[in-house]
Design a protein around this ligand. Sequence first.
Ligand SMILES: *[C@@H]1O[C@H](CO)[C@@H](O)[C@H](O)[C@H]1NC(C)=O
Ligand SMILES: *[C@@H]1O[C@H](CO)[C@@H](O)[C@H](O)[C@H]1NC(C)=O
Ligand SMILES: *[C@@H]1O[C@H](CO)[C@@H](O)[C@H](O)[C@H]1NC(C)=O
Length: 443
Amino acid sequence: MKKLYRKLVSIRDPFARVKRHVSLHSGFRALRDRKWMFPFLASLIMSIILLILSIYGKFDAEDQLPLDVVSESNEYFVESDFRQSLKSKADVSPELPRLAYLISGTKGDSHRMMRTLQAVYHPRNQYVLHLDLEAPPRERMELAMTVKSDPTFRQMENVRVMAQSNLVTYKGPTMIASTLQAVAILLRESLHWDWFINLSASDYPLVTQDDLLYVFSNLSRNLNFIEHMQLTGWKLNQRAKSIIVDPGLYLSKKSDIAWTTQRRSLPTSFKLFTGSAWIMLTRSFLEYCIWGWDNFPRTILMYYTNFVSSPEGYLHTVICNSKEFINTAVSHDLHYIAWDNPPKQHPVSLSLKDFDNMVKSKAPFARKFHKNDPVLDKIDKELLGRTHRFATGGWCVGSSDNGNDPCSVQGNDSVLKPGPGSERLQELVQTLSSEEFRRKQCS
Ligand SMILES: *[C@@H]1O[C@H](CO)[C@@H](O)[C@H](O)[C@H]1NC(C)=O
Ligand SMILES: *[C@@H]1O[C@H](CO)[C@@H](O)[C@H](O)[C@H]1NC(C)=O
Ligand SMILES: *[C@@H]1O[C@H](CO)[C@@H](O)[C@H](O)[C@H]1NC(C)=O
């Protein structure tokens, strides 16, 4: 150490000589020398310590690198808390499930929305109604008043009409934004729901809620029903390279999406998926989408802002690129939808001649129906047992004598009376959980 110091001093000799010269007559020569020596020694020791630290630090970083890759076992990062909480959630809960519905509509839809709401009503569930900005305020007011004046809704407090109405472009990101807002409201307002279901005013159920709750009580609460496939071929180039702008994001009047002349390249940090916009998703997956702990759902949301038909891709791309959720995706939208042959842009409207096919499909929902189409009455009568406001259920314990509404007296909402619909749905669910179906997951 002393040798090294001497060498260093000799290198700095010219400087030292000047110093010595300056201080020659000061009479404090020895003291000045030592004053200079001390900070120098200190800084030397410091730099050696720093050097050692940096070497060890490097080893540390190298040690942590593989840990980062398998970060599930890593308690040093905050994200692991979220993964832990996912794991600890019970797979099949002994309690009956609860569903959260979003029913959305536009101008002139309020009566259809009420009918759909009544057909899917159950006291265990939560409901949010959203009439978009195209509907006049008077219609929204009327809808809110109808909900408020219903004695069952008032007592159960499980139906909400969104006061804020969004401008929704059906092919644009504003549709997703509106759906996510409804999810955020449901997460804030109600602690108790297991699945979220997205319906529109032109949807209708084909099974009772008792059927649905009965069959789903037997399922893993982690299953997400989202019809999906990887976006490939000409569709990939056509959809993913074009850039659209949704004026609904910043204008107060509805207008169609705008196409730009610019093209963008295909993403390389994630794969694109597409599928049906009709979904039944778990609370844990939607919490992940809303909170965005690992930023991925948010990044994808931003990417999809300029993507055409984003409601048919956003959630699909998120779920199929997240390793926590990829194994939970079941590729079915639980809807019966009929398409023209060859398929056109919009599904055909269902009528009496489609009734048998609807039942055969075993799907719990169907779309789309014209307002008050006679087939809805047939569904009410033959599939839902809906004689008054609501479809039958174990919770309706009133007498139906003299044409009374049995649901005007509410019983225990954990008592289910599943009917033939539950058998159809059970068969569908069994098909969906088969090995063959699982293999198609996110591919
Ligand atoms: C939700 O429901 C609406 C119908 O009101 C549909 O158009 C939309 O694409 C659905 N899905 C999403 C992800 O928003
Ligand atoms: C629950 O699932 C099992 C196995 O999948 C099946 O055998 C049983 O019938 C189901 N029970 C109900 C109530 O659906
Ligand atoms: C409701 O029914 C369930 C299942 O049959 C039962 O466990 C529960 O105690 C009942 N609750 C009330 C308040 O009667």
